[in-house]
Write a protein that binds this ligand. Structure first.
Ligand code: HMG
Ligand code: MG
Length: 300
């Protein structure tokens, strides 16, 4: 069996993880979480989004968050941007990497960013050309790659089409989101098979949610196809405000535990990562949700 020797983990907790929290998380807590994630060795930490605060109130402090980060050498802090207004806000605080977010489902695109897929691609083309003029790195997301909360099944060809458009536009990496966590391993592999016909596997990331407990199995399936970038969220935080019932992303702690067991390098210190998970869970007044944290707590 072929597995990558190294995997890059993209930590999405401070953005995807927190965006759905109903109570505002104070700036200091977001910053301390980001510091703890840096200390654990994460090299990519998605730190916030420049979206409408009416749509996602929790992300309203993203400019302050970004401005207050003391960037650690070798770490990047991408920020989500839905349109030119978001890009302007990102540029105003000196952001160096952004992520644009499309979807393979027409209805989800409408609910999430209030336009059609076609309109979103046109919008993102403008964002991309301005971003390139400012020498920003641009990552692209495709949501609903294994199912949509409004449309159900999504054909792998549809995912490939949107991924290709983001890739052709200039995104250096395409993150494939099982936004509602409905996928299973063979479905995930069929989706990757379709996408790798149009985007090289080296430029793909798996962004799987764990709603039905399938995320690690799905990740193991796509690792065997050569996917070597994994998005995950500390303590399995998250959910999408426009995908009712979707639980969090796969927990970073559980991904690192699995990759350690497979002998795949990540550069991440699991005990320090667990501390980051405890820190944010304590703040949110809930038990850490990763399986690793729970297993270790049960042994104490
Ligand atoms: P709209 O209402 O169509 O926007 O929303 P509009 O252009 O008509 O403007 C309406 C108002 O919003 C105006 O203000 C604009 O200035 C303001 P008003 O005049 O009413 O006071 N506005 C903005 N404010 C701040 N930042 C901006 C911005 N743009 C307009 N960038 C819009 C369209 C895209 C803005 C909205 O739908 C939106 O913000 N959506 C974001 C939704 C979101 O963040 N979803 C979660 C992220 S996606 C996700 O989680 C999935 C992912 O993790 C992958 C996966 O899990 O699979 C990526
Ligand atoms: Mg997500």
């Amino acid at each position: 069996m072929q597995l990558p020797q190294q995997v890059k983990i993209v930590e999405v907790g401070p953005r995807d993880g927190l965006q759905n929290e109903p109570t505002p998380v104070p700036l200091e807590v977001k910053l301390e979480l980001i510091r703890k994630l840096e200390q654990a060795g994460l090299s990519v930490i998605e730190a916030g989004s420049f979206v409408s605060p009416k749509w996602v109130p929790q992300m309203a402090s993203s400019a302050e968050v970004y401005q207050s980060i003391q960037p650690k050498p070798g770490v990047s802090y991408p920020m989500l941007v839905p349109n030119l207004k978001g890009l302007e806000a990102a540029l105003a605080v000196g952001v160096q990497e952004i992520a644009i977010f499309a979807a393979a489902s027409e209805s989800f695109t409408q609910k999430n960013i209030n336009c059609s897929i076609e309109e979103s691609i046109a919008r993102y083309s403008e964002v991309m050309s301005q971003a390139q003029q400012h020498h920003l790195k641009v990552r692209g997301y495709v949501s609903c790659v294994l199912g949509c909360p409004y449309e159900g099944e999504i054909a792998p060809a549809r995912v490939a089409e949107v991924a290709q458009r983001l890739h052709d536009m200039g995104c250096y990496e395409i993150s494939l989101g099982d936004t509602i966590g409905v996928g299973t391993p063979l479905k995930a592999q069929r989706m990757i098979d379709a996408v790798t016909k149009v985007v090289p596997v080296e430029q793909l990331a798996a962004h799987f949610h764990d709603t039905y407990g399938q995320a690690l199995a799905n990740l193991f399936a796509v690792l065997q196809q050569g996917v070597a970038v994994i998005d995950s969220s500390i303590s399995g935080l998250g959910g999408c405000p426009y995908a009712k019932g979707a639980s969090g992303n796969v927990a970073t702690e559980d991904v690192v535990y699995m990759l350690n067991g497979l002998g795949i390098e990540t550069g991440i210190d699991l005990p320090k990562l667990l501390q980051a998970g405890h820190y944010i869970s304590d703040h949110l007044q809930r038990e850490p949700a990763s399986k690793v944290a729970r297993a270790l707590a049960a042994k104490e």
